[in-house]
Design a protein around this ligand. Structure first.
Ligand code: SME
Length: 157
């Protein structure tokens, strides 16, 4: 990472203050992707209440065909089902995986919870194999906490 984690978190907190939640999340995705070399795709999947379905929200990186993902499918769907962080150091070893780009080698997905309810996921794809460390977990867990009210406020249909 080019900057200390604390500095990245401070910037994310500042970006989260933008009045429109969708724009704030978009700026945060763009910021994280530009700041961290091994983040090649950064995006939010929003949980549709009562439907066991994720819909793509703000993201930064190459467009993906995976606009809607049912719970249980792929890494994102599995993380939603389990409501827990899912780290895949090498996507070729994960059978239940939805390929976004052939360049993707690793992925991390974290649940975003608002008032105890699972409302979204933060999904990061990397073109580097096995890139995620404890530093990423600290950063991304903080990002999830900061952005939870924003993700919860976006209309999910
Ligand atoms: N690879 C994900 C799909 C979403 S893209 O990475 C943006 C998965 O297996 O769920």
């Amino acid at each position: 990472m080019k900057n200390p984690v604390n500095e990245l978190i401070r910037q994310v907190r500042q970006l989260a203050g933008f009045p429109d939640a969708g724009t704030a999340l978009q700026r945060i995705c763009d910021y994280l992707r530009s700041e961290v070399d091994h983040y090649d795709w950064v995006g939010y999947y929003l949980a549709v209440p009562g439907e066991r379905l994720l819909v793509l929200g703000p993201f930064s990186g190459a467009p993906t065909e995976h606009l809607r993902i049912p719970y249980g499918r792929g890494i994102c769907g599995q993380a939603a089902e389990l409501d827990s962080t899912f780290v895949v150091p090498d996507v070729t070893e994960q059978e239940n995986y939805l390929a976004c780009s052939l360049a993707t080698k690793a992925e991390i997905v974290l649940p975003v919870r608002h008032n105890g309810e699972f409302v979204a996921e933060l999904d990061i794809d990397s073109h580097t194999r096995d890139p995620f460390t404890q530093e990423d977990t600290v950063l991304l867990e903080a990002v999830c906490l900061i952005t939870a009210p924003l993700a919860a406020s976006i209309l999910r249909t």
